[in-house]
Design a binder for this molecule. Structure first.
Ligand code: NI
Length: 189
């Protein structure tokens, strides 16, 4: 498996719509393995193909307490309910986090590597990750969903440093929400 090169804002591929995959061909396996390897290397909870330079409509998600990643081919959100404000980051926008509006719960549909349809009902971090990754595949970024234009802030530390460097951590422009102990919400996608 290979760790792929990440694409960062303002790379235009992040603003392009992914193309639906017509047939799950064997070579897709290798690419998805590499996506998973990259997500792990970057300590993300999710990754969409355009973040590694491909317009195939594929995303992977692995929440911190999961042993296996979820592989989503042609994922679509089919239903969104409620609204909430959550903190979010993205591997393609390093050094920043923001408060965004997301749904309370979602339903999603995708195809798995075996070609079978996967239906997902989710809330919490999984709902957020599904909205985030399907957004990427439509050329959207979380910064499109900010609660207010100034709810984006710079971070000068990574979530992983929080335990040691809580006191030195400096946020600029705005006070970050208290994220002590909420490591789930701290992970970038
Ligand atoms: Ni992202």
């Amino acid at each position: 498996m290979t760790v792929l090169d990440m694409r960062f804002v303002p790379d235009p591929i992040l603003r392009r719509q992914a193309r639906k995959i017509g047939k799950v061909l064997p070579r897709l396996n290798k690419f998805i393995d590499d996506m998973i390897e990259t997500m792990h290397a970057e300590m993300g909870v999710g990754l969409a193909a355009n973040q590694v330079g491909s317009l195939q409509k594929v995303a992977v998600i692995q929440l911190p307490d999961w042993e296996e990643p979820l592989i989503l081919i042609n994922p679509e959100i089919t239903r969104q309910e409620g609204e909430r404000e959550v903190e979010e980051g993205c591997l393609s926008i390093p050094g920043y986090r923001g408060m965004v509006k997301r749904s309370v719960s979602v339903r999603a549909r995708a195809i798995g590597l075996d070609g079978k349809i996967i239906r997902i009902k989710a809330d919490g971090l999984l709902a957020q990750a599904l909205e985030h990754e399907t957004g990427h595949l439509k050329g959207q970024l979380y910064i499109d969903h900010l609660v207010t234009p100034d709810s984006l802030y710079k971070i000068t530390h990574t979530a992983e440093d929080d335990s040691e460097a809580e006191d030195e951590a400096e946020a600029t422009e705005a006070n970050p929400p208290d994220n002590t102990g909420s490591s789930l919400e701290d992970k970038a996608k």
